[in-house]
Design a protein around this ligand. Structure first.
Ligand code: ZN
Length: 492
């Protein structure tokens, strides 16, 4: 079977066959969160996108070293070289140690990622734990002549680098345009050119996070951490660097410049970027009132949400779009995903009810399986893979209703198709089954209550029988009396 993954490389602007530098090892570095606020939808998409890549590469037999950093220093408010550090600001406002802010939101981030069934990376390094590596990298760039010191800070000399190596290859921006559109420096500033970026910043008197360096008591620039940490854990050249499209410029562009300036060559072989999420067609933002945290989605506790959405609904919804397309959240779209996922999970459950009746649909299932692989190999096309699972559901349902016959081998292949693609690769789990107590024990308790209700009815204890029925109904159970006893299902 063809299992050759073609992945879209933002740098070459085309799909390329993935061939790791040191097979069977595959190195994957993804820019992780800046932890100064509750995890929201914007965190879910890159986490899920690269979780799929991580799962698929592992499935293909690669030994993946997946590094996802925690930005806990140096990310200034306006994404440039000025403004307050986002974590330090939160710490100041809440009267906390910066690391208390980091730990608090990191715990919440991990909890949300667990709920979304995002696998933990192999290494999760903190920028603040790698100051020595970052200082060493600044020295290397200074030694190579691509940076300069100014008033205790160190800046990357973008025009000088551009002359020799071309700055802007990832984003397609060009330095003349950037110089034309950015304001003129007023001569008071430390930077030589408006396009230069900080490698090291001298801490101002009120700045609470700072370390000693040869240049000043200060802190590293935001872009530096990823270059330093990817180099440390994956080497000077590694396979895949991922992140959201919003990071292409300036963050990843600066990472390329830092790597080339320090080593003389590029460090990343495939640049992979996920597209953004909008809410009802608008960009998500605190000022627009459409900023929804993951916890608010899970509890339904937000004015814009018509109901609570299970983590798997969010995950499935994100996977129903290709990672390079935009995703627009709306109640209607999420409700449609919720129904779609329920249909797939029900079809999977129904496989257990299928009876082997001789001649089967081996060829059709074989086609669906190779379609799923073809979709995943084609730049992780999860929506196409999902549509093939819906096709498989149709086979299952038509076999249940007696229109199709399946063989024992077909039943096994259908099971394997769902287990491989829906559960192992898409990372969907049946929340009803996996939510702490098993579904089986949960179902037994409901059966027990309904048995008690049946006995109460037989002894004409209407009060008890009604109480059980009413309370279960209020909890969302639909109960149907049948000639053999009862049937129930949970509607939520
Ligand atoms: Zn980064």
């Amino acid at each position: 079977m063809d299992k050759e993954l073609q992945i879209y490389n933002t740098l070459s602007r085309k799909k390329e066959l993935f061939t790791p530098l040191h097979p069977p090892l595959a190195g994957l570095y993804v820019c992780g969160p800046t932890v100064y606020g509750d995890p929201h939808l914007g965190h879910a998409r890159p986490a899920i996108t690269f979780d799929i890549l991580f799962r698929y590469l592992s499935h293909l037999g690669y030994k993946v070293r997946y590094v996802r950093n925690i930005t806990d220093v140096g990310h200034l408010e306006n994404d440039a070289d000025t403004g307050e550090d986002k974590i330090a600001k939160k710490a100041r406002l809440d009267q906390l140690e910066p690391m208390e802010v980091v730990q608090y939101y990191l715990n919440r981030y991990h909890k949300a990622m667990d709920a979304l069934n995002v696998l933990p990376p192999s290494i999760e390094p903190h920028a603040s734990g790698h100051i020595i590596e970052q200082i060493r990298l600044v020295k290397e760039i200074l030694d190579k002549g691509y940076a300069y010191e100014s008033e205790g800070s160190v800046y990357f000399d973008v025009p000088k680098y551009d002359k020799e190596h071309k700055y802007g290859i990832l984003s397609g921006r060009n330095i003349e345009d950037m110089l034309n559109t950015t304001r003129e420096l007023d001569g008071q500033e430390e930077k030589h050119h408006s396009v230069d970026f900080a490698l090291w910043k001298k801490a101002s008197p009120g700045h609470i996070m700072h370390w000693s360096s040869p240049w000043s008591e200060g802190f590293p620039g935001w872009h530096l951490e990823c270059t330093a940490m990817s180099k440390k854990y994956l080497g000077d050249v590694f396979d895949i660097h991922g992140g959201g499209m919003d990071l292409i410029f300036p963050h990843h562009e600066c990472e390329i410049a830092q790597a080339v300036a320090s080593t003389g060559h590029e460090g990343v072989r495939y640049w992979v970027h996920n597209n953004m999420i909008t809410i009802n067609g608008q960009k998500m933002g605190k000022s627009l009132g459409n900023f929804i945290t993951l916890e608010e989605f899970f509890t339904g506790n937000h004015a814009m949400l018509a109901q609570a959405y299970a983590p798997m609904t969010i995950r499935f919804f994100i996977l129903q779009a290709h990672y390079r397309s935009t995703v627009d959240f709306s109640n209607e779209a999420l409700q449609a995903s919720e129904k779609g996922l329920a249909r797939l999970l029900e079809a999977y459950e129904n496989i257990n009810r299928l009876e082997a009746k001789g001649s089967g649909v081996k060829d059709e299932i074989g086609v669906l399986e190779s379609n799923c692989y073809r979709a995943m190999n084609d730049d992780l096309n999860t929506p196409i893979a999902i549509s093939n699972l819906f096709e498989a559901s149709r086979i299952i349902n038509s076999s249940i209703s007696g229109q199709t016959t399946v063989s024992g081998e077909d039943i096994d292949s259908l099971k394997k198709l769902f287990e491989t693609f829906l559960f192992d690769l898409m990372g969907i789990k049946d929340e009803m089954k996996d939510g702490g107590a098993s579904y089986e024990s949960f179902a037994k308790v409901v059966d027990l209550l309904l048995d008690m209700r049946l006995q109460a009815k037989q002894s004409k204890d209407w009060a008890t029988s009604d109480k059980i029925r009413n309370e279960l109904t209020a909890l969302g159970f639909e109960i149907k009396d049948t000639k053999d006893g009862f049937e129930w299902k949970l509607n939520k």
